[in-house]
Design a protein around this ligand. Structure first.
Ligand code: PBG
Length: 319
């Protein structure tokens, strides 16, 4: 009876696995704040992607971790053809072909020596600020490089105004008409990104409150979603997931393209830490959290548990 009347489903094809690939390492390197998640070498990433395809996941989202000495003020190693992320995109696409969507994080923060998602400039008073429009040009180059490297989907996560329109234009002019755009539309300035910043060896000092969303605001996020839809987003995303299920629901109500939600590193870390202490049960907590994100309106869920959840589902776990 419960199966017959269940309102929410969870399937492997709806899940996307975020994965990190680091330059200059010979062995995968564990990330202490994300137990079970590693920085990959290009080779181990290939194997992870093959496993993701085999498990029937919808996609894999790649983040690059360059060597510190390759970072600079403009994040130039992001767009370099031999940059770590682009090499990884090519290797993974070569491995999985069209069996798994290969998605690229399209942002400068992993590649800049200051750790911000955009390039820096000064305002009229001489204060250091993020230069929104100069950043758009850099995003265009980054997206084209990622598409050329083999990404099916580019995923601008930097929350600059106008980034979707600008990247669409850049992709189209370079002939990448069928590369899709997954827009991080409502990305909040969140404490729950903490472990991710270790995962990518972020150089950030300070915060991203001048460009990411204020956790107090909902209407503002819906405006961001609308703008991204107008600019040509093929999918829109809300991030983080669990503290923002209301935003996810409202986004699902207005969006005429698929809606994604990102269960971020801090959400993963919280459940993992409680499990380590024996305070909650791992699998039920993971599957309940994923189900609630689907129930709130996500068509697509990015989660570090994507492979684990797909295996549970294949073994007959019922949601
Ligand atoms: C920024 C970016 C962030 C995450 C993915 N891309 C956050 C940030 O540092 O502001 C967070 C992902 C996570 O916490 O799992 N390009």
């Amino acid at each position: 009876m419960r199966r017959l009347v269940s309102e929410t489903s969870l399937r492997a094809q709806q899940l996307v696995l975020p994965a990190f690939v680091a330059d200059g390492i010979d062995e995968p390197r564990a990330i202490s704040s994300l137990p079970g998640v590693s920085q990959h070498t290009v080779d181990s990433l290939r194997r992870e992607a093959a496993a993701a395809a085999e498990a029937g996941l919808g996609g894999i989202m790649l983040f690059g971790v360059p060597r510190d000495e390759d970072k600079d003020a403009t994040g130039s190693c992001g767009a370099a053809a031999d940059g770590i992320l682009n090499r990884a995109l090519t290797a993974v696409r070569d491995e999985v072909g069209d069996d798994l969507l290969v998605m690229a994080d399209t942002c400068l923060d992993e590649f800049t020596d200051h750790g911000h998602c955009g390039v820096l400039g000064t305002d009229a008073r001489g204060e250091q600020v993020i230069d929104n429009d100069a950043t758009l040009a850099a995003y265009g180059e980054l997206a084209v490089a990622q598409a050329a490297a083999g990404a099916h989907v580019v995923s601008p996560s930097g929350m600059m105004d106008g980034q979707i329109g600008r990247i669409r234009e850049a992709l189209d002019s370079a002939g990448h008409h069928d590369v899709a755009l997954l827009a991080y539309s409502a990305k909040y300035s969140s404490a729950f990104y903490g472990p991710f910043r270790e995962a990518v060896g972020s150089s950030l000092r300070g915060d991203r409150r001048t460009y990411q969303q204020d956790p107090a605001n909902a209407r503002e996020s819906l405006r961001e979603v609308r703008l991204d839809l107008e600019e040509g987003a093929d999918m829109v995303m809300v991030k983080p997931a669990l503290s923002y299920l209301d935003i996810l629901r409202q986004t699902a109500e207005v969006s005429d393209v698929p809606v994604a939600a990102y269960q971020v590193s801090g959400e993963y870390a919280m459940i993992s830490a409680a499990v380590e202490r024996g305070w909650i049960d791992h699998d039920p907590a993971v599957m309940e959290s994923l189900t609630s994100i689907r129930r709130a309106g996500a068509d697509i869920v990015l989660t570090y548990w994507a492979l684990h959840a797909a295996r549970l589902l294949a073994d007959g776990w019922r949601v």
